[in-house]
Design a protein around this ligand. Structure first.
Ligand code: C2E
Ligand code: SIN
Ligand code: SIN
Ligand code: FE
Ligand code: FE
Length: 388
């Protein structure tokens, strides 16, 4: 490789590293990392394992060929698979030795290789793996974060020396970014756990439903608007978490009000309304996308399209899109479920209320979109049923 070509490559790697430090959502980050590593090396498929509890957990997969065959759910095929960090597998070998493993034909491994190739993914999908490279992801201070594995370079050529050199640099950048994203995720997850400890009646199930409804409504909205796929995916990862946090400010509301098994008085309701501003103050002076989105949602999820909501009385598109979506997802879920202060409504009554409130409480375009994905909404409701 020419010196200036090498410089160009380093430059592009640096630019990439500036881009990815801004991605806080772990799934969105893994998605971008794989995309970039595959783009550079020409790999048809790839996956990332994350190191957890002395094991490697299969965390993310991309496969263009399977994707183009329409099997969009391959991403979940290996969802709960873990492999030991030892020399029995290709990824395990790379992790335990801290070395890259470059293989020209996985079905024809050298006799002295300690590892074997796990054929179950190929068997389940009909995909044929030939060449592969597994690169350990280790941070600058030596912590193993995971393994990046790439599969089938163009025309089944072996991965080159240049690919390996690139992956060495790439691995450092990727590990740092993954490490940060995992810390962020941990912080947000703990915030959710605190809210749940405070108010166990409002179970994780409600929070999960509102988070999942919200990203599905967003996705339908984004498709209608022609938002590019990668932008949409990156947005969804953070939005799910922000939506789950919508009521985190309720931790500051006294039990007497929070858990009152009857209608609130006007004064009590005024106090309750402060949960929006209490919650938003948790995301005060921060600048990341996830913080900003969380603040928008937490502050704005009780605003109304017609301007009669709280805390600010914002109107129409003055209310952030994320908050408009969560407003509808939250009310839908509050009505369709029972609460300490109310029993569950029938699906028909809930649908009627949403229709009636289009253009009043809710963004009319979002109500319309909601009814186009009702089967998805129902499936989510069944998936996260209340366990109590
Ligand atoms: P939440 O239970 O998560 O309810 C979210 C939103 O769903 C409510 O926002 C409201 O817009 C809608 N919603 C819930 N139940 C009903 C209902 O029976 N009829 C109609 N039309 N809409 C309903 P809102 O009103 O701003 O309330 C915010 C939070 O205040 C509620 O969150 C809940 O925690 C609390 N809250 C509201 N009213 C009462 C009440 O009468 N008793 C108690 N204990 N808490 C209440
Ligand atoms: C993370 O997921 O890694 C951080 C929280 C988020 O944005 O998803
Ligand atoms: C919370 O208790 O703060 C979260 C549950 C909910 O969304 O109502
Ligand atoms: Fe709320
Ligand atoms: Fe809620």
């Amino acid at each position: 490789m020419q010196a200036n070509e090498y410089n160009d490559r380093l430059d592009s790697l640096l630019r990439f590293s500036e881009q990815i430090v801004r991605i806080e959502d772990l799934d969105a980050l893994l998605d971008q990392l794989l995309l970039e590593a595959r783009r550079y090396t020409g790999a048809d498929a790839g996956s990332i394992y994350l190191a957890e509890d002395e094991k490697l957990r299969f965390a993310y997969v991309q496969n263009d060929r399977l994707q183009s065959l329409g099997s969009r759910n391959n991403r979940f095929l290996y969802n709960d698979v873990t492999i030991p960090i030892d020399e029995s597998s290709i990824a395990g070998f790379a992790a335990s030795r801290g070395e890259m493993v470059n293989i020209n034909d996985v079905y024809n491994l050298p006799d002295n290789a300690p590892y074997s190739f796990n054929t179950s993914f190929d068997e389940q999908t009909g995909y044929k793996t030939v060449t592969t490279v597994a690169a350990p992801l280790t941070t600058g201070n030596g912590t193993l974060v995971g393994v990046l594995q790439l599969i089938n370079k163009d025309e089944q050529k072996p991965f080159s020396e240049e690919d390996l050199l690139y992956l060495r640099h790439f691995g450092l950048i990727a590990s740092g970014a993954i490490d940060r994203a995992r810390i962020t995720r941990t912080v947000f997850t703990r915030m959710l756990q605190m809210a749940e400890l405070r108010d166990p009646k409002e179970t994780g199930a409600h929070v999960n439903r509102v988070g999942t409804y919200s990203i599905e409504i967003y996705e339908a909205w984004a498709r209608k608007r022609g938002v590019p796929d990668d932008e949409m995916r990156a947005f969804k990862g953070s939005f799910r978490i922000a939506a789950m946090l919508h009521d985190v400010g309720k931790v500051a509301i006294s039990d007497k009000i929070l858990k009152k098994p009857a209608k609130l008085t006007d004064d009590e309701f005024k106090v309750m309304q402060n949960h929006t501003e209490y919650g938003a103050s948790l995301f005060g002076d921060t600048h990341s996308l996830l913080d900003e989105m969380s603040r928008d949602v937490v502050l704005g999820h009780h605003e109304r399209w017609d301007g009669n909501g709280y805390p600010k009385g914002l109107k129409g598109e003055e209310i952030p899109l994320t908050a408009r979506i969560v407003a509808m997802a939250d009310v839908y879920d509050a009505l369709i479920s029972s609460r300490v202060y109310k029993s569950a409504w029938s699906e028909e009554d809930v649908d009627n209320l949403l229709r009636e409130e289009a253009g009043k409480h809710f963004d009319p375009e979002l109500v319309e979109i909601f009814f186009t994905i009702q089967d998805v909404i129902r499936a989510i409701r069944l998936k996260y049923m209340e366990q109590d």
